[in-house]
Unconditional design. Structure first.
Length: 520
């Protein structure tokens, strides 16, 4: 089966599963159970495959960890936690729980105890924070699953078996696609598209994530770490892994998220994409007030789609104006709109050779007051590399045309800002717009070459931007193509004369008809 066929079959199975299951619980809420079960299956198969390979290499070709008695497996716990970050007893493996789940009257307690045991296996180790609370959204006793234990267990068993029957490859290591990661991304896309704004908070479209990753690596500088200070479910970091990080297994992934549910999804997403616990560090908290990765700075690449125009403490907190992240411009971002606070934080977190690519609300490009003062400082200090106007209606729950701001600290070949108008670079995809591979390539190639293209891109000097009140709106600099039809006056006059003549002839015929009818 080809990659495309396997992926299509996987998506059909997921869609069928969702149709069967989301009647009991709303689709967006139900994702916690589907994704939680998918994660449970993943870490079970991940650990089983890891142990089996060790034993097979030692000559035990028929060994299968899933068949091993718990008491014989227990001595390997410390080694497995050190190497994989967690431990699961054979009896607790997904495949073994599924065998009798339909007949287990205490399935809710069985799963609850297993989830607690998996998380507890990491307590006191380096992976404790990575495992803590990963199953917290999988509430086995939620009344949404049913009014009594029997009903809830019946539905939970149905979820387990549906996920068990998903074709994720005959071998954990040999599946043709990144099956678990692809399943996660498809589920998130599917649920986000049906959840409106609330779903969009959890997901950045894959093609936008890929473009951001490509932009940050365009100059070929060494990338050892990538960071997202508003990482959501981790789609940007993981697309970076697929696009840039696939040739760098030592790449470190850092992220911070303020929403506990999304924070859990991000860590699950890391595991599902087979990124080991010691290669990622995802933290829970408010990045603007309490950044938790200052000791890991600076970062070689930053990709982010922070929340648009949300309020923050700003001037209400007297300590922030002296924070090294915000002190440069001499003013704080407005209390009502934290967009440029995120921007300044990311600039402060960036290495001298690094690049940051940030999806922003378009208002930050032209709004006045404090935001103009911050833009002035960024432009004057040559920190703005490129502004890209994106098409409208790319994001779930957001119809506006967003933009990408590319920041750099290091020296550049010119003291200019490249403006790219990519507002027409899309194809229709249902009720959304989508960046195709060709659209991405067009944007990326112009960005990488820093070249001007009529009606598409323009290089503008820092002085010209400062004279224009530091306005960074793309439409202020890139000429718009006049798509109106050119009118040929001579042809119009000729047509008009013909119509007048035809009208006079018709009037004359009408007069003749009236005379014949005795109309005089």
């Amino acid at each position: 089966m080809s990659n495309t066929q396997q992926r299509e079959e996987l998506h059909k199975t997921i869609w069928s599963m969702a149709d069967d299951l989301r009647g009991a619980v709303g689709g967006w809420e139900f994702k916690a159970y589907v994704l939680g079960t998918l994660f449970y299956r993943f870490i079970s198969e991940n650990l089983t495959d890891y142990i089996n390979r060790i034993q097979h290499e030692a000559g035990m070709e028929d060994f299968d960890y899933a068949d091993m008695p718990d008491e014989e497996a227990e001595p390997a716990k410390d080694q497995m936690v050190q190497e994989k970050g967690f431990f699961i007893l054979p009896s607790q493996l997904f495949v073994n729980v599924c065998k009798d789940c339909e007949n287990d009257e205490n399935l809710n307690m069985t799963l609850s105890n297993i989830f607690k045991s998996i998380e507890a296996s990491a307590i006191g180790t380096d992976s404790e924070d990575d495992m803590k609370g990963l199953f917290s959204d999988f509430n086995v006793d939620s009344s949404q699953l049913g009014g009594d234990v029997k009903t809830r267990n019946k539905l939970i068993a149905k979820v387990l078996l549906k996920v068990r029957d998903m074709d994720l490859g005959e071998s954990f290591q040999e599946n043709k696609i990144d099956a678990f990661g692809d399943a996660y991304e498809f589920l998130m896309t599917m649920y986000a598209s049906n959840a409106g704004k609330s779903g969009g908070e959890f997901f950045t479209p894959q093609e936008v994530s890929e473009l951001l990753a490509r932009l940050t690596a365009a100059d070929g500088h060494e990338i050892r770490s990538v960071y997202d200070p508003a990482c959501g479910s981790g789609s940007l970091l993981l697309k970076f892994s697929k696009t840039i990080g696939k040739e760098n297994p030592a790449l470190k992934y850092y992220g911070q998220e303020i929403n506990p549910t999304t924070y859990n999804l991000c860590r699950i997403n890391m595991f599902l994409h087979n990124i080991n616990y010691d290669n990622f560090d995802i933290q829970l908290g408010d990045t603007l007030l309490n950044p938790l990765h200052r000791d890991n700075e600076p970062f070689d690449a930053i990709v982010s789609n922070p929340p648009y125009s949300i309020p923050w403490e700003g001037s209400k907190n007297p300590l922030l104006i002296n924070d090294d992240r915000y002190a440069g411009p001499g003013v704080l971002a407005p209390d009502s709109t934290a967009d440029l606070a995120f921007t300044l934080h990311m600039l402060a977190s960036l290495s001298e050779s690094g690049t940051a690519a940030i999806v922003e609300f378009p208002g930050v490009l032209y709004r006045g007051g404090k935001e103009r003062a911050i833009r002035h400082w960024l432009v004057e200090n040559n920190r703005i590399d490129t502004i890209i106007q994106l098409p409208s209606n790319l994001f779930f729950g957001v119809g506006i045309a967003t933009c990408i701001i590319v920041l750099r600290k290091g020296t550049r070949p010119d003291n200019k800002v490249l403006f790219i108008d990519a507002s027409k670079e899309f194809v229709k995809n249902g009720n959304k717009n989508k960046l195709t591979k060709e659209n991405q390539d067009h944007i990326f190639n112009v960005f990488q070459k820093r070249e001007e293209e009529q009606y598409f891109s323009k290089l503008v000097s820092i002085d010209d931007i400062l004279e224009n009140e530091s306005n960074l709106s793309v439409s202020s600099y890139v000429e718009q193509e006049d798509t109106r039809e050119v009118i040929n006056i001579k042809e119009v006059n000729a047509t008009l004369q013909t119509l007048i003549a035809e009208g006079n002839e018709l009037n004359a015929k009408i007069d003749e008809i009236i005379k014949e009818l005795g109309g005089e």
